[in-house]
Design a protein around this ligand. Structure first.
Ligand code: MN
Ligand code: MN
Length: 375
């Protein structure tokens, strides 16, 4: 036994802050095996691009190379400040973290959707449709964006300022009627994030749009209209996908709350890899892939977790407060397979033969899908 102790000692230099934050990596459970590749990154490691009016930073395939399906951006806009009018090649899904924002999106039929959002609300902008985001109230907002392309970069979006600045003044005049004097007042540089005055009340902007206001397609999803959660004694799961948020055909989401000590049950997703953003609390995730490759990692608020496609996983709340995170999938629908439910639904002799357990023992497991289990 003293030999094992010597194996685990660490007489060389150490980064104590990281060690303390990552006990499962420093002293892995005996069940961990092999290397499934990186499953974690944190927005707190990602450099911020700071401009008057806010900041942005991103966790993409460049930071977390395993994550090919989804990239994430965390952005702050102060009161009145805009994320410049733009569009891009990926679909955009978002959740408001704090504060309030006004968003707009312009459709190919010449109509514009416009709405105000608060903490917990979502939006979805299909690829190619131009949109805007503006911070409201006295302190603006912060939000998380997710894109259904792992190598997406928030630095490579199509910007209205650049379209104009890189088209000759003669062509701009021919196109718009704006004189050379007007052209010279346009920004030569991208605006990206910039300060502006607070907008009119939403109802006034809607009145301004008049018959060009889009009212059929809903690009926002309000927390107040969230479907009843799947509540269990250990927590709850809210699923928002194209079944209850029809425009969101590129990204499916589950918002998971796990009470202290409770467990997001052993499960996997039969369609896509899982990209997580941790909103609150802390926990430990075990991921098991093929060949018995397994890794246990510790995650906290503002971290990104990743589960390779189809890989089994479970997450335990290791903190003293509720753990809340979002599971995102580059897919129109959310789907999962519960290990407990699968075992409970198969012929009992089939289960007993595989598990080498008697049927009475097997029946001690929950007999149904239980997204969050507490014992
Ligand atoms: Mn965008
Ligand atoms: Mn999952």
């Amino acid at each position: 036994m003293s030999h094992a102790k010597a194996d685990q000692s660490d007489p060389g230099p150490e980064n104590r802050t990281l060690l303390r934050a990552n006990p499962s990596s420093n002293d892995p459970p005996f069940t961990d095996h092999g290397n499934p590749g990186p499953l974690w990154y944190s927005f707190d490691l990602a450099p911020k691009r700071v401009q008057p009016g806010g900041w942005t930073h991103q966790v993409t395939q460049r930071e977390l190379p395993s994550s090919k399906d989804i990239a994430g951006v965390n952005m702050r806009l102060t009161s009145g400040s805009f994320r410049e009018l733009h569009w891009h090649t990926a679909n955009e899904w978002a959740i408001m973290l704090t504060g309030r924002a006004r968003v707009s999106v312009f459709q190919t039929d010449g109509r514009m959707f416009i709405d105000d959002l608060g903490a917990g609300d979502l939006w979805y902008f299909p690829a190619g449709l131009p949109h805007s985001i503006q911070g409201l109230d006295h302190d603006g907002c912060e939000f998380l964006l997710a894109f259904d392309q792992g190598d997406f970069s928030e630095d490579n979006t199509f910007l209205v300022s650049e379209f104009l600045a890189h088209t000759s003044p003669e062509l701009v005049e021919k196109n718009t009627g704006w004189s050379r004097v007007a052209y010279d007042r346009l920004s030569r540089e991208q605006l990206y994030i910039f300060e502006a005055a607070l907008p009119r009340p939403l109802e006034d902007d809607k009145k301004f749009l008049g018959k060009y206001l889009e009212t059929v397609n809903q690009y926002t999803f309000k927390q107040s209209s969230m479907p009843p959660a799947e509540v269990t004694p250990g927590g709850e799961v809210r699923i928002i996908d194209s079944r209850n948020f029809p425009i969101s055909t590129g990204i499916a989401a589950a918002i998971v709350t796990i009470k202290p000590g409770a467990l997001r049950e052993m499960h996997w997703h039969p369609n896509k890899s899982e990209w997580q953003y941790w909103l609150r609390g802390k926990g430990r995730m075990t991921v098991v892939t093929t060949g018995g490759t397994a890794r246990t990692i510790d995650l906290k608020a503002n971290d990104v977790g990743y589960v390779p496609s189809m890989s089994g996983h479970c997450i335990e709340n290791t903190g003293a407060e509720d753990l809340v995170f979002v599971e995102l999938f580059a897919a129109p629908h959310y789907h999962d397979i519960s290990l407990n439910q699968w075992i409970a639904r198969m012929p009992d002799k089939m289960a007993a033969a595989h598990l080498k357990l008697d049927i009475e023992t097997i029946r001690q497991a929950p007999q149904q899908r239980t997204p969050v289990i507490s014992r």
